[in-house]
Design a protein. Structure first.
Length: 164
């Protein structure tokens, strides 16, 4: 019995500046990141199943989402909620967004508790009252459950009021 091809055979691999184009014998083409290309063993003549192609595309999408998230975190400190909304606006899938958030938290690049502490210090310098700080933190995507843990000493609030 003769072997029947069930997948797509790679006919051409074209590396570009920030991506790699993979061409198949059925005139299809996929565009993946260089990281996804390097993490898999691809060569001209290799046959890939639909499942393998989906896995490669998934790795590529994850890399794109991570690169985008890192560009946001690099520019300014942000909250998890804010980063999630920006990733969803770019149409990344929930599984990719969750993986990126988990990666950033594991490497301490995304930390809502630290964000709250930093913003409270900023609010003290700007002589913001407790209520203004809480409202601003809510606008920035901090959830009520995290804000309940925040303690505003009465003495500091009175001192800010006197300065005003």
């Amino acid at each position: 019995m003769r072997f029947v091809s069930t997948g797509n055979v790679i006919t051409k691999i074209k590396p570009l500046k920030n991506k790699v184009n993979i061409y198949f014998d059925n005139e299809e083409k996929i565009e993946i990141t260089q990281e996804a290309f390097l993490s898999t063993y691809l060569y001209v003549g290799k046959e890939l199943t639909k499942k393998e192609i989906e896995k490669i595309l998934s790795i590529s999408n994850m890399e794109k989402a991570l690169k985008y998230a890192l560009s946001i975190v690099k520019k300014s400190v942000t909250t998890e909620w804010n980063l999630r909304s920006k990733l969803y606006q770019k149409d990344y899938e929930k599984s990719d967004v969750d993986a990126v958030i988990k990666f950033l938290k594991r490497h301490d690049l995304l930390n809502d508790s630290a964000f709250i502490e930093d913003y409270i210090e900023y609010g003290k310098e700007m002589l913001y009252g407790k209520n203004k700080i809480i409202v601003e933190l809510k606008k920035k995507g901090i959830f009520e459950e995290n804000l309940k843990k925040v303690h505003f000493p009465k003495s500091i609030e009175e001192e800010k009021a006197k300065k005003l």
